[in-house]
Design a protein around this ligand. Structure first.
Ligand SMILES: C[S@@+](CC[C@H](N)C(=O)[O-])C[C@H]1O[C@@H](n2cnc3c(N)ncnc32)[C@H](O)[C@@H]1O
Length: 377
């Protein structure tokens, strides 16, 4: 992938871009094998799943900078001039295509870009998510209600011009903090979800719900989980940290019982809607809950537990799984270091297979999924 921002040193987010993609993948594979060597035997590794090297990212957070008459969409870091990255080659094409119109809209609506050094201005971020049909969900992160009023008044000019924008909201983030967004979200269009086809299912994406940023690689990951669930003939599955239900809905076969647990209520709303759309409400259910403190049932024990936690890993849940009667675990991790620690806390399980899914090309980040089976007593 060629990137002129990288070439001129304007953006170095893709730290490994100078390395040819095949070699990047080989190095990442070597690195995860090394990190997980204590628990994953060399012969357990399946060949890594590659990504498209460019145009693979379905969600982009643009920090807004510059002047209202010439806004930049890209990076805005303290003590440095804002950088415009509107032609960043990792974003999927439908996002790339609308950035000039979004910049024009900022000018039209007179939304003053936030100045991170002076702590003045209104518009902090524009966050755009696309589905494979090119439809878009757009969020504007503003500082005050004045920003919301300006957005609402001007919005028809944007949505009339770009009918592929199906959902728009404003997030209010008054504080000067490193985190991207605040607690209050205001819907600016009647529709607030984006329907996204991922692999064999359609998911409802909403502003607060986590969604894997590389749609093709996510689909490969979900299909791998289904293949492993079939291999171990799982009939009752618990999907922990289930998000909008990608694993759960791929594992559903109409007869297998799958239950998803997730801490974010809007993700559970989305997951339930997707199960209903697919006619799977009877066999696939979801609840809001804290997976890290879950007590494994003594009766009616699931034969397979899927875990896909945030970077910190599964914490106390590793011990709960170790002490339970659960026979199989599929662990999908975006942090090989916490995965290694969690596997160490589950010595009764053998890692039967593991695979690198290159969700984040050109960086050192790695997604690894592993199938674990309890060793017979
Ligand atoms: C890496 S994402 C995985 C989402 C989903 N499995 C997928 O494939 O899209 C981790 C998810 O865990 C959720 N989460 C974080 N802490 C949690 C907790 N203590 N209990 C349950 N879910 C949690 C997050 O909201 C997020 O949706």
């Amino acid at each position: 992938m060629h990137c002129h921002y990288f070439d001129v040193g304007a953006c170095r987010s893709c730290t490994n871009l100078a390395v040819p993609y095949d070699e990047q993948l080989m190095r990442k594979q070597t690195s995860v094998e090394h990190t997980l060597a204590a628990r994953v035997a060399p012969e357990a590794w399946l060949s890594p799943t590659a990504s498209r090297p460019a145009a693979f990212r379905n969600k982009v957070k643009f920090a807004v900078g510059g002047h209202v008459d010439a806004p930049t969409l890209g990076l805005a870091l303290p003590g440095r001039p804002a950088v415009d990255l509107r032609e960043c080659p990792i974003q999927e094409r439908p996002i790339w295509d609308v950035v000039p119109d979004l910049a024009g809209f900022i000018t039209y609506a007179r939304l003053m870009p936030y100045d991170v050094d002076a702590r003045t201005g209104e518009l902090k971020f524009v966050i755009v998510t696309t589905n494979t049909d090119g439809e878009l969900l757009v969020r504007f992160v503003v500082r005050t209600n004045d920003g919301v009023d300006r957005l609402s008044a001007a919005l028809p000019a944007l949505t009339d011009r770009l009918p592929q924008i199906v959902a728009v909201s404003a997030n209010i983030h008054p504080q000067h903090k490193a985190v991207v967004e605040g607690d209050v979200e205001i819907a600016l269009t009647p529709t607030q979800t984006l329907r996204a086809a991922v692999g064999d299912v359609t998911l409802h994406l909403q502003h607060r719900s986590f969604f894997q940023t590389n749609t093709d690689v996510a689909a490969a990951l979900y299909r791998q989980a289904r293949a492993w669930a079939d291999d171990v003939d799982a009939r009752q599955v618990l999907d922990l940290y289930c998000g909008v239900g990608g694993f759960a809905l791929h594992l559903a076969d109409g007869t297998r019982r799958v239950h998803g647990v997730e801490i974010e209520p809007s993700a559970i709303d989305s997951a339930r809607r997707s199960a209903a759309d697919a006619g799977l409400e009877a066999s696939v259910t979801f609840d809001v809950g804290d997976a890290s403190t879950l007590v494994m049932p003594e009766h009616d024990v699931p034969d397979l537990v899927v875990v896909n936690p945030p970077r910190r890993g599964i914490e106390a849940l590793a011990d709960a799984l170790e002490r339970s009667c659960v026979a199989h675990v599929i662990y999908s991790s975006c942090n090989p270091t916490s995965l290694a620690a969690d596997l160490a806390a589950m010595p009764s399980f053998d890692v039967r297979a593991a695979r690198l899914f290159d969700m984040f090309p050109h960086t050192n980040h790695a997604e690894v999924a592993a199938l674990l089976s309890r060793r017979p007593a």
